[in-house]
Design a protein around this ligand. Structure first.
Ligand code: GDP
Length: 193
């Protein structure tokens, strides 16, 4: 998809604020700093549409970006944020559960993981959650520019094995630095719109 139109719609705190246009939603989940904002910016070819640094105070919001007046990228607050209190973490969990289990317009979850390292316990839990609720997943293994191509196969095997990757799901090696994986990611996303 060649994106001409991309706009930030809302940082939604509660479900009443979620848009009611009925457009499909592609949600991004992943650890803080894994590269979710960078993924969105690269995919829509805009440098600063999504903010590329996680703000602790923003842990409870879902950020909606409307793309081509056709669908939303929904940036879900990152997990694994060390400085968050127990209460905040519980609230965050509740919000995610509500969104992922009840949002009817959600069509695909992007599980963004760091391609350099095996998925973390949080990554595994998130993926298992998607599997449990039968939500289709595209695993985006990002920061691929940080490892030599000769090691990509090995890293892909480790990532898939650690996640207990379901063959029905999709997997894309990505880099917001080089643009690796953009076309492939669009192909998968478009097949869900
Ligand atoms: P978010 O918290 O998941 O939204 O992560 P960000 O998009 O803000 O990225 C966190 C940091 O990782 C930033 O410094 C980015 O520049 C960097 N980053 C993100 N994606 C890539 C990538 O593909 N390659 C490299 N080398 N750095 C990346």
């Amino acid at each position: 998809m060649k994106v001409n139109q991309a706009e930030f719609i809302i940082s939604a705190v509660s479900p009443e604020q979620y848009p009611n246009t009925g457009f499909p939603e592609i949600a991004l989940a992943g650890r803080s700093n894994v590269g979710k904002s960078s993924f969105i910016n690269k995919m829509v070819n805009r440098k600063k549409l999504a903010r590329t640094s996680s703000k602790p105070g923003k842990t409870q919001t879902l950020n909606y970006y409307l793309i081509e007046n056709q669908f939303y990228f929904v940036d879900v607050p990152g997990y694994g944020y060390a400085k968050v209190s127990k209460t905040e973490r519980a609230k965050w969990g509740e919000m995610l559960e509500t969104y992922f289990t009840q949002r009817e317009t959600l069509t695909l979850a992007l599980s963004v993981v760091d391609f350099r390292h095996p998925p973390t316990q949080d990554d595994i839990q998130m993926y298992e959650f998607f599997k449990y609720y039968q939500i289709p997943v595209l695993v985006v293994a990002t920061k691929a520019d940080k490892i030599p191509k000769s090691k990509w196969n090995k890293h892909e095997s480790i990532t898939k094995k650690t996640l207990d990757f379901d063959k029905e799901d999709q997997f894309v090696i990505f880099s917001a630095e080089t643009g690796e994986g953009i076309d492939e990611a669009w192909k998968v996303i478009e097949s869900f719109l």
